[in-house]
Write a protein that binds this ligand. Structure first.
Ligand code: UDP
Length: 452
């Protein structure tokens, strides 16, 4: 006989992007294990992993599409603004049907902070709503601060190289240039999204995929400023691991890793959205080749503009990577980071990649591309001291030196020690009695109290 589940349902509303889908599905798994039924509401643009881990979840897709030209031209931030406009009514309709048809309670709607269209329905049907932040607590603090800056003054400051190198008041060690502004669109549109997410916030609680041992002061700031309970329950990839890759993983790289020396490989991946200029790809290839260390490089199709994959790169590229490099389109990242041959992770510092790397005790070469990645990179270098950030123009000499620092020098060994120390703290935080585990319990209890 199948397990009898409680009739209380949690509705999840994910952003259609790998880095957002992964943690919200892990959250779903954690909440499912606490006895809730899980409904995931998708837009036309979401895909989710078909992993059997989610076979008991209920998936609904709401209507609402953008024009071809919008899809081509908007870029991620304006796409999100548009998506919020076109999904508001259909989400309301969907919740209405759920309430009529399912005959069970909706314990709460957990929405990715960028899917704020959900708030209209939540208000109308008086449902508890919970904001889920898939970024670090520190990036959340930055967005809250940016939502209320004077846009005009901030724009002028950011354009002034002297100011942009300075520490932003109250956010030490973050400089103006580390703040989560976007490479994908004008600063005005990102500030608009931040202020919309803040203004529309009606959530009665906030869940963050982070933990006290990484970000206690940012979490304390949020707890004080947001005036609703903040639950740091991460890292979710440890607390509730679930395969959620949207692209096909090339597992041949594990066999290649099996043949490499302990701690010798640099794993390079820039996540699901970041782009690379051809000239930077070549500088990287030269630097990596000159370092004489083996490297596993994920080059996602479409990540080099005007090139389908790597076929249009100059012949020099193949020569440089052929001896010590192994290239794949998408890797089983968690398994790669866990592999004993991996000595360092060259990353764009997306929050999932950052947590995954720390969770395996792997130090990082940080080359942020956009948004919160810059915040994470600064923290990796200056606060947790387990990474080196490459800033400015990328040159082969800088690449080679960064690899040496991490893989060969004493400095790298020290970083690895600190990373392993943090890994142990992360694991402890999601174990029974740990801060994230208790935070999840507190969240679940708060729902029980609300619904009793
Ligand atoms: N990832 C993966 N294989 C790859 C590259 C990335 O499975 O070859 C996963 C990675 O483990 C992480 C996610 O994709 O969970 C990327 O999320 P992140 O927040 O780091 O960056 P984003 O893609 O949002 O920029």
């Amino acid at each position: 006989m199948g397990e009898v589940r409680e009739k209380r349902r949690i509705v999840l509303v994910p952003v259609p992007a790998q880095g957002h889908v992964t943690p919200i599905m892990q959250l779903g798994k954690a909440l499912y294990s606490k006895g809730f039924s899980i409904t995931v509401v998708l837009t036309q643009y979401n895909r989710v992993s078909s992993s059997k881990e989610f076979s008991d979840f209920h998936f609904l897709t709401i209507p609402g599409s953008l024009t071809e030209s919008d899809l081509k031209n908007l870029g991620p931030f304006r796409f999100l603004v548009k998506l919020n406009q076109i999904c508001e009514a259909s989400f309301k309709q969907c919740i209405c049907q759920l309430l009529e048809e399912q005959g069970d309670d909706i314990a709460c709607v957990v929405y990715d902070e960028y899917m704020y269209f959900s708030q209209t329905a939540v208000k109308e049907f008086q449902l508890p709503s919970v904001l889920f932040s898939t970024t670090s607590a520190t990036a959340f603090v930055c967005r809250s601060v940016l939502a209320s800056v004077n846009a005009e003054t901030f724009l002028t400051d950011m354009k002034d190289p002297e100011v942009s190198d300075k520490v932003f008041p109250g956010l030490d060690p973050l400089r103006y240039k580390d703040l989560p502004t976007s490479a994908f669109g004008p600063l005005e549109s990102i500030l608009k999204v931040y202020s919309e997410t803040v203004n529309i916030r009606t959530a009665s609680a906030v869940i963050i995929n982070s933990t006290n041992c990484l970000e206690s002061s940012s979490l304390a700031w949020l707890q004080k400023e947001l005036q609703v309970p903040v639950y740091p329950i991460g890292p979710l990839h440890i607390a509730a691991a679930a395969p959620s890759s949207l692209l096909e993983e090339d597992r041949s790289c594990i066999e290649w890793l099996n043949k490499q020396k302990l701690g010798s490989v640099i794993y390079i991946s820039l996540g699901s959205l970041a782009l690379m200029e051809t000239k930077d790809v070549l500088e990287m290839a030269w630097g990596l080749s000159n370092s004489n260390q083996p490297f596993l490089w994920v080059i996602r199709p479409g990540s080099i503009p005007a090139s389908e994959w790597i076929e249009s790169l100059p012949e020099e590229f193949s020569r440089l990577v052929s001896e010590r490099g192994y290239i794949v389109k998408w890797a089983p990242q968690m398994e790669v980071l866990r592999h004993p041959a991996v000595g360092a992770f060259w990353s764009h510092c997306g929050w999932n990649s950052t947590l995954e790397s720390i969770g395996e005790g792997v130090p990082m070469i940080c080359r942020p591309y956009t948004g919160d990645q810059k915040v994470n990179a600064r923290y990796l270098e200056r606060v947790w001291r387990i990474g080196v950030q490459l800033e400015g123009e990328l040159g082969k000499g800088t690449v080679e030196r960064a690899v040496e620092r991490l893989i060969l020098d004493e400095e790298g060994a020290e970083m690895r020690k600190r990373a392993i120390d943090l890994k142990e703290k992360l694991e402890a935080s999601v174990r029974s009695g740990g801060s994230s585990c208790s935070s999840l319990e507190n969240f679940v209890n708060s729902l029980k109290m609300k619904n009793s």
